[in-house]
Design a protein around this ligand. Sequence first.
Ligand SMILES: [Fe+2]
Length: 375
Amino acid sequence: MQKWIHYPLRAGESSAQAHADLPAAGPYEREVGREGFFGPASHVHHRHPPTAWSGWEGPLRPRAYDLCRVADDGQGPWDAVELIGNAHCRLRMWTCSTAMTQLFRNGDGDDLLFVHEGEGELFCDYGHLGYRAGDYLLIPRSTMWRLEPAAPSRLLLIEAVNGAYRLPERGLLGAHALFDPAVLAVPEIDDRFRAQQTEEVWQVVIRRRGALSTVTYPFNPLDAVGWHGDLSVCRLAWRDIRPLNSHRYHLPPSAHTTFVADRFVVCTFVPRPLETDPGALHLPFFHNNDDFDELIFYHAGSFVSRDNIHPGMLTLHPCGFTHGPHPAAWRAAGSRSATDEVAVMIDARDALEPAAMLAAAEWSGYVDSWREVRA
Ligand SMILES: [Fe+2]
């Protein structure tokens, strides 16, 4: 694949290289970009932070929710309340405290489970697979599964409605960058799986077009003796992700893409060193990601670009306004050499609609959290 060279237009004072060597008179660089960091873009150098608004009217404001305050202890994943979503992507939280007594089969799309807390065992059509905090479990549409937690398991459920999860193109990086496909774990037909194949009555709760049906078997239908093929549940731990990094250039969030669905992507921010080049930005640049709504779920560590955000929180940055680092994070960036953050980001093509029940968990001051007190 070859590309024509585009000669960017320039006006006034600007740097030649995005995210580096910013002009002293305009230290706040804003990327105005299309197609989620892949389309046409310009970098505008401002005298003031583009997030230094002094007022905000109307609904298009950044949102922050503390999901630790959301009830999420239904009988099964089919009970989990939808927190936010659109026609292609739905986000739920669910805590599984005791072994599921029914199987689940989601006929509406693939489920991606991110284990925020806990550990345990997954049993499914393909066998048995252990999990612990920090794992993704990718469950293809219509797979039968259940969990047996060893510790209460708090799960972020990300559903690709009517779609499927795939891996992103790795292009110049080759097939083994970010993570080697060999680190993906799949279920095994082992003794523990065989031991649960009893002749007792089991029910399967099936979701299709949002409606639930229950099918009863006089035995446990997770009764496979073996399988072969290239479709299965798989597990990926964030600890197995080896993030891209450049000491001279702050890479865009898209460099951290983990899974790609039809109209959204899932990215994972994991611990990594920060840039060391004196002219390079250390933090995410101010930007308008004008074709995507952005959700970030904070799993662990201290998020490098945010003030007052703790694990278990969720932020929503709808497209259509500029966002960027918080003031204290901006000031501290130069003194930090690494970040220990672990977070899951969902960038969606279509507008994400928060559920009304989330209002009770909202930090209403988030829109003002970029405000600096002026002397
Ligand atoms: Fe963003």
